[in-house]
Structure formats: structure tokens, C-alpha cells
Ligand binder design. Structure first.
Ligand SMILES: Cc1cc2nc3c(=O)[nH]c(=O)nc-3n(C[C@H](O)[C@H](O)[C@H](O)COP(=O)(O)OP(=O)(O)OC[C@H]3O[C@@H](n4cnc5c(N)ncnc54)[C@H](O)[C@@H]3O)c2cc1C
Length: 461
């Protein structure tokens, strides 16, 4: 389905991108380029950007089913942070301390790189070096903060993080039921819509062609196949469709489309802001199993995001799930719990979208030198900085100049496929339900559910 009725409805960020959202021309007939990229999100456009920066003569084209920024890149929470889907502790267990440290430092460097590029290319992405604050809401969340800090200390990054008392958190932001916080100056927030639309204009200026309203139905080495013809590639094809790649039969089980939903308030008054504080606009979260993330937007609203729209049988992706009513009601209630002084606040926008989750929660960037097919994705909701890193790595690999970044542990790897249905639906829905039950029991001061240990082991990576 296309959104010819108006892409501004997809998210506040696209509505507020300050750009004409009219579709670019579609591919009309078969054509040939050097590099053909599926997907006009950050991964596809960063890859195009770095390819053209390294060789301006390359013929690069992007094929996008809707418009640039239609996917998660035009819908996300705006956290541009060095967070990775695997925690520092999980990465250390799996890859060792040096590799875990290298991943986090490379992601922080990507945050800085995004700032550098937006300045150099005059993309008004409203980049704000806001830092990140994770709060413990309830005494039960405090040990989680302590173990997060211990994991950073073990990989030599403890000096980037500071444990805060409840009073110190309140000096930054006044949230109910806070027992402490973990603050880092690392990470930034930005305007996702302005970044993706600005990036699209930038790559076009560098010579890239973006075909919109063009669906890739199949791929093979050397070609993306669309309804209008083949886009043949002499050098490489790149699959950068993230969660939506599951619609292609060859990749149906590579990722799981998991929904993340957002509610946005009206701009708050000066009086409302003075009750809350949050002057520095840190990226804000708690340690809940069912993730919550909050952003102070450049125009003074609160964006409150969460997982929670249930997994749909057969990995179905449908516009209706972007606004799953029970989840949106839960998000609005949560915001009022965090900030009771906003009991009467109006919500002006709600939207969501699918993120791509591999079965082991581990993103991958790979390029097969034989088939000349590149892939990057599986960011599990942490793709803003990771996709920039992925674009740089893919460009290096495609141009045959792999450097230091290519030794990061998620490069040239492949996660196992998800299990077939109906088992997939049963396991995923059980996990979503169990994690929510654990959160609710802990928040109510009740004993953890009997299956908490089992669910946490199943979900541990
Ligand atoms: C609600 C929400 C909140 C999020 N919050 C954050 C956050 O705060 N911080 C963070 O780091 N990450 C966040 N994420 C994740 C982040 O947005 C993504 O990881 C990132 O945008 C992925 O970029 P991408 O280019 O790989 O994929 P996408 O942006 O999804 O782009 C893929 C594109 O490919 C196109 N496509 C797919 N299949 C085809 C096909 N067959 N033919 C043609 N075109 C096709 C799609 O239309 C789409 O435009 C969030 C995601 C969501 C949904």
C-alpha cells in the first residue's frame, strides 16, 4: 500500500521536516548503475553518501517503495546514542572486553560523525549534544543501574558514566518514583525527519538517483528486480530495507518486525517546563524490560515512546499497527505517571513503526565479495548511529578498502533465522507478555511471576 494520501501523516517528524514530500519519479524501465541500493532510510542513504564521497564517479541509485524516510528513519525517537541492542555486559560475555569497548567507541564516533556531516552538508537536523540519563523508577530498578555501571567499568569506560542520587536526578529532571540515575554526556538527540530528508537531498547533489514509488520484488547477484524492470549493478547491490525485508521470501525469517510506538504532546508552556526541569533535554529512559524512551523535542514537546504493540502472526507489517490503540493509551498513561503535573496535557500526534530484530538481537553488516551483495540491519530499535557506522563499513567493503571498522565483531556475521510459524508467534507473544508481567509485578511491589527466571533466560543474549 502506498501513502499517496499524504506522507506527512506518517509521523510528526515527516510533517515537520520542512520538505516537499511529493514522491520522486519511479524507475520506469530496466537500467544499469554501479551500485543499486534497496531502501531510502538511513542505512541506504549513508551507504550512498560514503560511496560517493569516496568516488564521485560511481553511479549509485536507491530504490524506495514509498518515499525517502518512510520507514523507521522518518519515525524514530531521535536518540542518536552509542547504545547497541546488546548491553555492554552482554557484548563482553560474547566478544570480550576489548571488542565491547570498540563497539561503543565506534558508535560514539558515529554520533560525532553525524554532527560533522550535518554541519558540513548544511542539514538542519537540530543536533543537540544532550547526553543520556537512565533513571531507576522504583527501588527494584536501582541494581540494574549499578550493574550497567559495573559493566562499563569492566571495559574501561566507567569514566563516561556517573551514578546519580535521586536528588541529583531531580536537579536535571523531576520524574516520580526515582531512586537514582545513570548519566553519560555521550549521545545526542536530533530531528529524524530533517536528517533523513536532508540526507536524501545531499546524496542527490553528489550524483545519486533516488527512485521512489518503486517496489523491489526480488533480488539476485547483480540486480534488484522491480515491477518496472531490473536495476542492474556492475559493482554491488545493497539490501537496506530493515524490518520490511521480511516481506521478501528469501529474507522472511532473517528478522522479526517488532513495533515501537510513540505519543507526542503539544508544545509545553514555560510554566509546565519549569515544573519538570529537563533543561538540557537528555535522552531519558528507565530500566524497564518493556522499553520506554523520552525525548524533549526541539520545539518543546515531550515524545514518549515504548515497545508493546503485540507481534502479529506471520511477521505481518500493516499501517494499522502504527497506531495500536491499547498501546497508545498505555503510553499516554505512562507519561502522566512520570509527570503528574501534565495530567491535562494534550497529545497531538501518535505513530509508530516496525524495527528489525534478529533472533540473537545482534545487528549485522556484511558484504559477500563473491555475490557482491551487501546487507546492513537488525538494529533492534538502536539504528540512528549504528546505520551511519554500517554505511561507512559497507562503502569501505564495496570499494575494496576495508579498514579498522571492518574488524568490529558485528561485521561479516549472520544471525540464525527465526523459527517458523506458529512456533514463532507463540514464543514471541509469550516473551512480550512475560516481560510486561515482570515489569508490572515489580512496579506494584508484588513477587515476580513464577516464570520470570525462565523468560529472562530465554530473552538473554
Ligand atoms: C518508533 C521508532 C522509534 C525508534 N527510536 C529510535 C531512537 O530513538 N534511536 C535509534 O537509534 N533508533 C531508533 N529506532 C530505530 C531506527 O529508526 C532504525 O534502526 C533506523 O531508522 C533503520 O534505518 P534503515 O535505513 O535501516 O531502515 P528504514 O528506515 O526502515 O528504511 C528502510 C526503507 O526501505 C524501504 N523498503 C523496504 N523494502 C523495500 C522494497 N522491497 N522495495 C523498495 N523499498 C523497500 C522502506 O520503505 C524503507 O523506507 C526507532 C524505530 C522506530 C520505528
Amino acid at each position: 500500500m502506498t501513502r499517496m494520501d499524504g506522507y506527512a501523516n506518517v509521523s510528526f517528524w515527516l510533517e515537520d521536516a520542512g520538505d516537499d514530500l511529493t514522491s520522486r519519479p519511479a524507475l520506469q524501465r530496466s537500467a544499469e548503475v554501479d551500485v543499486a541500493i534497496l531502501g531510502g532510510g538511513y542505512t541506504g542513504l549513508w551507504t550512498a553518501y560514503y560511496l560517493l564521497r569516496s568516488n564521485p564517479r560511481l553511479r549509485v541509485a536507491v530504490v524506495e517503495r514509498e518515499i525517502a524516510g518512510y520507514g523507521a528513519s522518518g519515525r524514530n525517537g531521535g536518540w542518536c546514542s552509542p547504545r547497541f541492542p546488546l548491553s555492554a555486559g552482554a557484548m563482553t560475555r560474547r566478544w570480550g572486553a576489548d571488542a565491547a569497548r570498540a563497539v561503543i567507541l565506534a558508535l560514539q564516533d558515529s554520533v560525532n560523525e553525524i554532527q560533522r556531516v550535518t554541519e558540513r552538508e548544511a542539514i538542519d537536523a537540530k543536533f543537540r549534544a544532550s547526553g543520556t540519563l537512565t533513571v531507576a523508577r522504583g527501588a527494584h530498578q536501582l541494581p540494574v543501574l549499578q550493574s550497567m555501571l559495573a559493566a562499563y567499568e569492566r571495559i574501561g569506560l566507567g569514566d563516561h558514566y556517573q551514578l546519580l542520587s535521586a536528588e541529583e536526578v531531580a536537579q536535571r529532571v523531576r520524574v516520580t518514583d526515582v531512586y537514582g540515575g545513570l548519566y553519560t554526556p555521550d549521545g545526542a538527540s536530533l530531528h529524524p525527519g530533517r536528517l533523513i530528508r536532508g540526507l536524501a537531498h545531499t546524496v542527490e547533489r553528489l550524483g545519486c538517483t533516488i527512485y521512489e514509488q518503486t517496489r523491489v520484488t526480488e533480488f539476485r547477484p547483480g540486480a534488484l528486480i522491480t515491477e518496472a524492470g531490473e536495476l542492474r549493478a556492475t559493482t554491488a547491490i545493497v539490501l537496506a530495507g530493515e524490518a520490511y525485508l521480511t516481506r521478501l521470501s528469501k529474507l522472511h525469517r532473517a528478522l522479526l518486525p517488532v513495533y515501537s510506538l510513540i505519543c507526542l504532546t503539544e508544545p509545553l508552556s514555560a510554566e509546565q517546563w519549569s515544573g519538570i526541569g529537563w533543561e538540557r533535554g537528555e535522552n531519558l529512559a528507565s530500566t524497564r524490560n518493556t522499553v520506554v524512551y523520552l525525548t524533549r523535542t526541539p520545539d518543546g514537546r515531550i515524545l514518549f515512546g515504548s515497545r508493546g504493540a503485540p507481534y502479529s502472526f506471520g511477521s505481518r507489517i500493516a499501517d494499522a499497527q502504527d497506531r495500536h490503540a491499547p498501546t497508545l493509551a498505555m503510553i499516554q498513561a505512562s507519561l502522566r505517571e512520570w509527570f503528574p503535573s501534565l495530567a491535562g496535557v494534550k497529545f497531538t500526534h501518535a505513530w509508530g513503526g516496525p524495527v528489525g530484530m534478529p533472533i540473537d538481537w545482534t545487528p549485522a553488516v556484511r558484504f559477500d565479495a563473491k555475490t557482491r551483495i551487501g546487507f546492513a540491519g537488525g538494529y533492534t530499535g538502536q539504528g540512528l548511529s549504528t546505520s551511519n557506522l554500517a554505511g561507512r563499513i559497507l562503502a569501505e567493503q564495496i570499494t575494496g578498502t576495508p579498514a579498522e571498522l571492518s574488524s568490529l565483531p558485528f561485521v561479516q556475521r549472520r544471525s540464525p533465522n527465526w523459527i517458523p510459524e506458529p512456533l514463532r508467534w507463540l514464543v514471541v507473544r509469550y516473551m512480550q507478555n512475560a516481560l510486561e508481567r515482570i515489569d508490572l509485578a515489580q512496579e506494584a511491589g508484588r513477587a515476580r511471576p513464577l516464570d520470570a527466571w525462565f523468560a529472562e533466560r530465554l530473552g538473554r543474549h
